[in-house]
Design a protein. Structure first.
Length: 150
């Protein structure tokens, strides 16, 4: 299904795409939540680190753990609720292109993985949404999802 057909289907169903601004604010909220969670989990360790270099080295040693935490957070929330906490706050949700229902667990994991990958590659996975009529990011394309207003 091409983007024009997808937009027609959305219109017929009476649904509207989430704006780039709302998606961006949801992204910011989610990143803030992950960061706070990481700081809380390791607050004892951070209090022992004495220099910025030690803090940087500690964070670098946990990069894989942070990436896993991001993928898990995105996967579970999108699968269970159709939205992360940031998306809930912005009143938007992720739906399958096929039936406009919450994505399956498998597609939620695919979406989360490609979301993190697009983030790591200088946000190119997000930037492509600016050139898409349906505002599709890489992670939306790979997981066959859309982000719509609630």
């Amino acid at each position: 299904m091409n983007e024009d057909q997808l937009l027609d289907k959305l219109h017929i169903e009476g649904k509207t795409l989430a704006t780039i601004n709302r998606r961006s604010f949801a992204f910011f909220i989610d990143e803030l939540i992950i960061s706070i969670l990481f700081i809380v989990i390791f607050s004892d360790k951070f209090s022992q680190l004495q220099t910025p270099e030690m803090i940087n080295a500690f964070i670098q040693s946990w990069v894989v753990g942070i990436l896993f935490m991001k993928v898990a957070y995105q996967s579970v929330f999108v699968w269970m609720y159709g939205a992360t906490l940031g998306k809930m706050a912005m009143k938007i949700k992720v739906v399958s292109m096929d039936d406009f229902e919450k994505p399956t667990f498998g597609f939620s994991v695919i979406r989360a993985f490609f979301r993190v990958a697009g983030e790591m590659l200088f946000y190119i996975g997000f930037i492509v949404a600016f050139f898409s009529k349906a505002r599709l990011t890489w992670h939306d394309r790979f997981a066959k999802t859309l982000v719509i207003d609630v």
